[in-house]
Design a protein around this ligand. Structure first.
Ligand code: AQP
Length: 397
């Protein structure tokens, strides 16, 4: 796909912000890098030019694990603590995305509340940020439909995650169309919903894991398409903030990422796991039959994953996994490495677990109140965007 100069400019700015994220999240005002020069600043773009909107989401597909924590929730908390008062923070439990795969309705209801409790437990304060369930603000799916009318099916079919699913189903028969017969449209088109999630709040920055980079690029493509099709200068190009933390891999298969929905619970450490479970999971983590710690990411992915987890939970002063392997942990036995990792992870999760228990003790009623407060704020944020969108498209009378 041909990339416009303004999209490349966005990428450059994204990389700059990336460095700032690592250096302590001093975000500059958002630059409105529009697709072309045909659009002057719009009067109805009511926000001041320095107003930043940070949006991100997580699926309620299970209890968050340390991969979700290091890759997403910890950076959210950092933004929450360090962003200035002119920055809006919107964190969404994306339940509409969670129904793109087979699920049980009763379990989904439980998991939504569990996820909200986890977000509160990591320290997100509902009076500082907006915490809400995606399905409670219908503007998300309404904008998805409007964006889908301009979205290229060719682009969507080239997305890595879709191609992976397609390959995964290609053994289903000699006829390649059988693969697509089994795959559902929701899975194909969910990048449009993801774009709508971001654009309906006119987000300027989106913190995500590395695997989501392509989806954010698609969201920028949706902005380009919309601005080319309709008048008005409604959306900023959302910039990607990729977490500096590496991808945390499964404890049972170090070429797969740690995942909430992976069948084996032993493949992950959940934020609510007690010290005994953490110790058992780490002790059973697959490494290799060589003794002694070395830094060989290609040859020893299991050991590298443990070192990455250790480095991430070591806290200040920051130290990289490689520095640990070549310094403090050099040559130590696998048993010692695992004990050290388990100790640091349990230490790191202790405070979160205490707060999680406190939140749960307050009951579902409390969580539902927080969600309702978030819904009201999120609906307000989406309302003005939808008014502008409908006016531009010709839907608003
Ligand atoms: N293993 C991981 N390491 C680092 N970051 C990760 N993230 C997920 N897994 C890891 C980041 O967590 C955020 C929220 O993810 P999500 O729940 O929206 O979807 P996901 O990426 O599909 O997460 P899971 O845990 O693998 O869930 P399921 O099993 O439901 O698919 C994202 O920013 C993601 O990058």
């Amino acid at each position: 796909m041909k990339r416009s100069a303004s999209m490349m400019k966005c990428d450059r700015e994204g990389r700059l912000l990336q460095r700032q994220l690592r250096a302590g999240l001093r975000l500059p005002p958002p630059r409105r890098c529009f697709a072309s020069s045909y659009l002057p600043p719009h009067d109805s773009q009511k926000r001041s030019s320095s107003h930043r909107v940070i949006f991100s989401g997580i699926q309620p597909t299970g209890t968050p694990h340390i991969g979700n924590y290091l890759g997403a929730l910890q950076p959210w908390k950092k933004l929450h603590d360090e962003a200035d008062a002119n920055t809006s923070l919107i964190f969404c439990i994306v339940d509409l995305h969670a129904i793109t795969t087979q699920h049980d309705a009763a379990i989904l209801r439980v998991r939504k509340r569990e996820m909200l409790a986890a977000l509160l437990a990591i320290g997100l304060d509902p009076s500082r940020c907006t915490l809400f369930y995606q399905s409670s603000v219908p503007a998300h799916s309404e904008l998805q439909w409007i964006l889908s009318c301009q979205a290229s099916t060719g682009y969507l079919s080239r997305m890595t995650q879709w191609k992976t699913k397609l390959r995964g189903n290609s053994t289903s028969g000699p006829d390649p169309s059988m693969a697509t017969d089994r795959l559902k449209h929701g899975l194909f088109s969910y990048p449009i919903l993801q774009a709508a999630d971001v654009l309906v709040h006119r987000a300027t920055h989106v913190p995500v894991g590395e695997d989501q980079r392509q989806h954010l690029e698609f969201a920028r493509e949706c902005v380009t398409n919309f601005h080319a099709a309709y008048s008005g200068n409604i959306f900023p190009y959302p910039e990607t903030l990729v977490s500096p933390a590496r991808r945390i891999m499964s404890l049972r298969n170090s070429v797969q990422k740690m995942s909430k929905s992976a069948e084996s619970a032993k493949s992950r450490i959940e934020l609510t796991d007690d010290a005994k479970t953490v110790r058992e999971r780490i002790a059973a983590a697959l490494t290799d039959d060589r003794g002694g710690v070395t830094w060989e990411p290609e040859a020893r992915p299991g050991v590298t994953n443990l070192l990455e987890i250790l480095a991430a939970f070591c806290g200040a002063p920051e130290v990289s996994a490689r520095e640990l392997a070549e310094g403090e942990m050099k040559g130590v036995s696998m048993r010692e490495l695992k004990e050290r990792v388990a100790e640091k992870v349990s230490e790191g999760l202790g405070g979160i677990q205490e707060r999680y228990r406190e939140v749960r003790k307050r009951g579902d009623g409390y969580l539902d109140e927080v969600a309702e407060e978030g819904r009201i704020k999120a609906a307000r944020s989406a309302e003005e965007t939808m008014r502008l969108v409908k006016e531009a498209v010709g839907l608003g009378l």
